[in-house]
Write a protein that binds this ligand. Structure first.
Ligand code: GCB
Length: 609
């Protein structure tokens, strides 16, 4: 065995450090590169080799210790070789990225477990540049290795992450291995029970992003309350104190020059006189150019204010009513998770056709293509993290996970004008631990983004024909969201006619869900469940009832399109789909679609004040 005397050992360690040896093996904490879709990058979308590993053999030994020679080393049984390797990516079948595995291979339809992804790629890093591996979303846990070295781990299936791989890349050919595990977890966010499909895999775009040595990783630019200036800050990673930053809006001939402080942040202020404000009627976006040293980043941004005044929601100082619809990230026609521009165009095209100026993106952050599109189309957005139903609210690790996802969601999207509302939860039980947990999240939102409104979809309490919205969480919200299912999970549709609402808070109210199921093409009397007529009847009775609530400022019925859910077992009708869509998964519009469209388009429904 090679032995080195202690004093020499010290010298060897210093030398290795100088050579970057330890950095070479260093892991990087995932970050979120803001505006990553406008950065120079190499797409790694396409076919990846995959190994389905239900026993996690590629990670653990037979005694369940971590393997040093796991599948991340990307070895193979060489012909005639005597070294044992019981896997070979190059001979294993492929899956498309981005894409969930469930909708790509029939044998993986209900698979919940570990899948290994591998691909080779050519890359030569430019001098004084750094590279990040970008993953738009991996559901639910992911571990990433480059050329056999571990880079980072990430938990949470709907938010992006970026891991630095600068020191691990070789000029020319490289390989990446990613282990993705979608096992549902009691202490995860979400927890075990949801009403949506647990699509697993690298469900969104994957790329290698190039940035200069010192780069803009984050910024927050927004119209100030008085609508007199665009204010905020730009953060430059690794910039020396005093480094220059400029932000320009060429169309308005505006420029702000600033220097970063010791934290790498530069305060920005641009005069907003003459600026056309973003609104659903005129979703004006400006090109904004951010620069620091060699880093130049462009974004398309709209500027508007949103605030609450009493029970009104004010957009650019004017009261608005949110004519909305809820949407899951379920791909029309083909099924699976939304992951491309066509999916987004179909879903938002239908929302637009319905007459919506607003969508609730349930129940988790959707693909960034979605919020880019809502910015362009002028559709206001409720964005949500998957704190859903009965989480383990007393457990600090769950809070940490929720906070991490909230942070990633807000960081990715806080420069998008269309987002008005950050929702921190859906239908959670009203307990002291729950309230404390969610109050912490509400506080987090206000720290991360003080310019938007905090909401949550609350459960409603019934006493006879009275509905009470008095969940104690309401105190911590700017806008109250409430879900109710009169005519479906309770009473019949006519029950709405005699229902009275008592809202404990003098705040705007959004009915964030109501609705009922219908199988497209199934017709019959309005009293018969699952027919299009029954579903339409629910809407016919709901709308007049909702119109009687003085502080109602919006609604997002459940839901735009049928979506897969393993909770929905009724053969011949549900067949694994929640059928509350106004449109089937194959694009067939049901009667309720046309009823709601008429109400939205004729006006007269909903009061902004
Ligand atoms: C709800 C949930 C939503 C479900 C829906 C339903 O209250 O928020 O996720 O899918 O009801 O269809 O039961």
């Amino acid at each position: 065995m090679l032995s080195i005397p202690m004093n020499r050992c010290f010298i060897v360690i210093i030398a290795l450090c100088a050579l970057g040896y330890f950095q070479l093996n260093a892991q990087s904490d995932p970050t979120v590169l803001v505006d990553v879709d406008h950065r120079q990058s190499v797409s790694l979308n396409g076919d990846w080799h995959t190994i389905i590993d239900p026993y996690s053999v590629g990670l653990y030994t037979f005694h369940r210790e971590n393997r040093k020679d796991g599948y991340f080393l990307n070895q193979a049984q060489l012909p005639g070789g005597n070294k044992l390797a019981e896997y070979d990516f190059s001979k294993s079948p492929t899956l498309r990225v981005p894409g969930d595995w469930n909708s790509q291979r029939p044998s993986l339809y209900y698979y919940e477990g570990l899948v290994w992804y591998q691909r080779n790629f050519d890359y030569t890093l430019r001098e004084h540049h750094r590279a990040f591996f970008h993953i738009g979303a991996a559901n639910y846990n992911a571990i990433l290795w480059i050329n056999g070295s571990k880079v980072c781990e990430h938990e949470g299936g709907f938010t992006p992450f970026d891991c630095e791989v600068t020191k691990l890349l070789h000029p020319g050919n490289n390989f990446v291995v990613i282990a993705v595990d979608n096992t549902r977890q009691a202490y995860g966010v979400p927890t075990l029970s949801t009403d949506w499909f647990n699509y697993g895999g690298l469900t969104r775009d994957v790329s290698l992003v190039d940035v200069p040595d010192k780069y803009i990783d984050d910024y927050d630019l927004h119209l100030n309350h008085a609508r007199s200036a665009v204010e905020g800050w730009v953060h430059v990673q690794d910039a020396a104190s005093g480094a220059n930053v400029s932000v320009t809006i060429p169309e308005l001939k505006l420029e702000a020059d600033a220097v970063v402080d010791s934290q790498g942040r530069a305060a920005i202020k641009l005069d907003a006189a003459g600026m056309q404000l973003w609104s659903p009627e005129q979703p004006k976006l400006y090109q904004v150019v951010l620069q620091s040293g060699d880093d130049v980043l462009r974004d398309e941004m709209g500027f508007r204010t949103v605030e609450v005044s009493g029970t009104k929601i004010l957009l650019n100082g004017k009261p608005v009513f949110l004519r909305g619809i809820s949407i899951h990230a379920e791909a029309p026609y083909r099924g699976g998770r939304v992951n491309n521009d066509e999916d987004v165009a179909a879903l938002l095209g239908w929302a637009h056709e319905l007459g919506c100026n607003y969508v609730r993106l349930a129940h988790y952050p959707h693909d960034q293509r979605m919020t880019r599109a809502t910015d362009r189309m002028g559709i206001m957005v409720w964005s949500e993290i998957p704190v859903y139903w009965a989480e383990h609210f007393g457990d600090p690790s769950v809070l940490k996970k929720a906070e991490q996802q909230l942070n990633e969601e807000i960081r990715r999207d806080r420069n998008k004008a269309s987002i008005l509302l950050w929702s921190i939860a859906n239908e959670t039980p009203n307990t002291p631990e729950r309230t404390e947990f969610l109050k912490t999240l509400a506080g987090d939102v206000r720290t991360l983004d003080s310019t938007r409104l905090v909401t949550a979809a609350l459960l409603v309490r019934s006493e006879g024909h009275i509905k009470y919205v008095d969940d104690s969480l309401g105190e911590a919200l700017d806008v109250i969201g409430a879900n109710e299912y009169i005519g479906w999970y309770e009473q019949n549709p006519e029950g709405a006619d005699t229902t009275e609402w008592k809202i404990a808070y003098d705040k705007p109210l959004i009915i964030s869900e109501f609705g009922g199921g219908a199988k497209a093409g199934l017709h019959g009397p309005a009293t018969e469940r699952w027919t299009e007529e029954y579903q339409e009847n629910i809407f016919q009775h709901q709308l007049p009832m909702l119109n009687r609530i003085p502080q109602l400022r919006g609604m997002s019925p459940w839901i735009l399109m049928d979506f897969r859910s393993p909770r929905r077992q009724l053969a011949g009708i549900q067949d694994g789909f929640n059928r509350k869509g106004l449109i089937s998964d194959q694009g067939e519009k049901k009667k309720a679609f046309f009823f709601l469209q008429k109400a939205y388009k004729e006006g007269g429904f909903g009061k902004a004040e």
